[in-house]
Design a protein around this ligand. Structure first.
Ligand code: FES
Length: 131
C-alpha cells in the first residue's frame, strides 16, 4: 500500500521531499529501494573506523546503527526510522547511502551528519560518534 501511495503521489506531482513513509525498523531489503547503487550487493563486507573506538565490521545492506550496536557501541536512538535525529553520527570519510525522505536537516547534511538508523555504508568509512 505504501508503494502504491508513493507512486500515486508522484503521479499527482507531489515533490519527492514532501513524501514521508512510516517504516518501523530497518528496511528489509535496502538494495530494492530507490537510490541504491544498482551494481552494489547489499551483503558486501566493509569496515567502519569509529574515531576513538576502533574498527567495526559492517555490511552494505545493514544500517550503520545496527553495525555499531553489534560491536557493543552505544548510540542513542529513539525512533529507528530517521525521524528523531537522536542517532546522528558524523561521516568523516567514505560513501554512505541515506534513505530518501528521512528528514535529515540541511545543517546536519552540511556538517556531514547522517541518521545512523537509516544510513548504509557503501564502502569503508570513518565516522565520529556524538555531536
Ligand atoms: S533513531 Fe531516530 S533518527 Fe535514528
Amino acid at each position: 500500500m505504501g508503494e502504491h501511495c508513493e507512486r500515486e503521489l508522484e503521479r499527482l506531482g507531489a515533490p519527492a521531499h514532501r513524501i514521508r513513509r512510516e517504516i518501523f525498523g530497518s528496511a528489509v531489503d535496502v538494495a530494492r529501494l530507490p537510490g541504491w547503487p544498482a551494481a552494489l550487493p547489499a551483503d558486501r563486507e566493509v569496515e567502519i573506523e569509529v574515531v576513538g573506538h576502533g574498527t567495526v565490521a559492517a555490511r552494505t545492506g545493514e544500517p550503520l546503527l545496527v553495525s555499531l550496536e553489534r560491536a557493543g557501541l552505544v548510540v542513542p536512538s529513539i525512533c529507528r526510522t530517521g525521524a528523531c535525529a537522536e542517532c546522528r553520527v558524523r561521516v568523516e570519510a567514505g560513501p554512505v547511502h541515506v534513505l530518501a525522505g528521512r528528514g535529515l536537516r540541511e545543517a546536519d547534511q552540511a556538517m556531514g551528519y547522517v541518521h545512523s538508523c537509516t544510513s548504509y555504508p557503501l564502502g569503508d568509512l570513518r565516522i565520529r560518534l556524538g555531536r
